[in-house]
Design a protein. Sequence first.
Length: 210
Amino acid sequence: MTTVRRADLSCVVQAGGLSSRMGCDKARMLFCGEPLIERVLGRLAPVAGELVVTTSRPSELVYLEQRAFGGLVPRIVSDLEGPAGAMRGIASSLAAARLPLVAIVACDMPFVSPELIGALADHVEAEALDVCVPREERGIEPLCAVWRRQTCAPVARELLDKDRQRIRCLIDQVHAGYLDEPQIVEVAGSTLCFENVNTPEEFAAAELLA
């Protein structure tokens, strides 16, 4: 499938985790010769109306604001104050975005599919959803989903303030839809787009697939 840039879509890459299982900051680890986060930004750029990186360590990634990916220069935004965890990442991403739809993607997904992101955004619009989440045999993948900012941002902020960390709590409180595995494979070619790298072993195995 072809990828079309969407003027209504912010693509936000989350780089706020501690990378404890990796033993170092995986966002800046070289994946096939380039920092992993730069690879992810480059893959998202063709479908994005803007690129944003949210992080708890903005000084380490501010250099990205001197780089362009597909003609887009990313903004580096600090995570919101609040309890560390999944909901802070989601709430930070929705607060940082400026466009109506927000694709939130983890920085450790080297094969993220712009075609899938575009398809998720299409479903949000066509079905009047607040979020469209990929769903495969292993379960849902909320860190590769597209959210409607106006609806989801205040709910995420409220959950963060209450220290409710499960992303499922947010999904259950808004109008959610899903893209199932056959649809994902049709759009993205496979479910490899969800593979993330949490350990040195996973990182090395993913490089062999690139």
